[in-house]
Design a protein around this ligand. Sequence first.
Ligand code: DC
Length: 228
Amino acid sequence: MAGQADSKGPTGPICEVIAIDGPAASGKGTLARKLAHIFDFAHLDTGTLYRAVGLAVIARGHDPSDAADAEAAARALKLEDTQKPEIRGDEAAQAASKVAVIPGVRAALLDFQRQFAANPPGGKAGAVLDGRDIGTVICPDATSKLYVTASVEARAERRWKELRSRGIESTVPAVLADLKERDARDSQRTVAPLSVASGAFVLDTSGMTPDEVLAKAVDYIELCRSAL
Ligand code: DC
């Protein structure tokens, strides 16, 4: 990745890291944003890196599954590429899941993520990173590790409502099929598959309100912080 996280340098203070992993539409992104706000930490949605790489490959008229093209796009990626509105669409999501299985893509994005965690931008005292391999590969020594999940049916229902609120036409069965396909690819790939990190607090959000999820996560994080 071309840009680097804003750095306080190698001698900066040791930062707190909240690592959040989980499948698509589990609510981990919303939770990560809220936690970053509460603790005044920097937040990195690592899915946007893979989405931007996927879209960059498509923009060049290539296939996101092509390893050489995807790796070149990952190496050339700039942070502003992750801020385009189309990043949130389904095409970006599917392309992200395809480029994410390519080892060279993951390697090209690794340093940026670790730099962000070690030197959070804006002089923040800590960072929240959410994705699929944060607690397992990117930050295995994170202060707190959460694995946020929900049944695939609950996730499909939530994602469908979210799409509808953004004026995007879809159906629950179509969203369900898309999530199942992505779940399978994300958890069955050989490099950094989605899995529960050792020591992670598993939060099954099926049937929980967003406020209940947040309260449980904050309790757990406070417990981890008190042990520092
Ligand atoms: O969290 P998301 O839906 O924005 O992620 C899009 C895809 O990117 C997801 O299907 C898998 C991939 N991804 C990954 O492999 N590792 C991460 N840390 C984040 C996302």
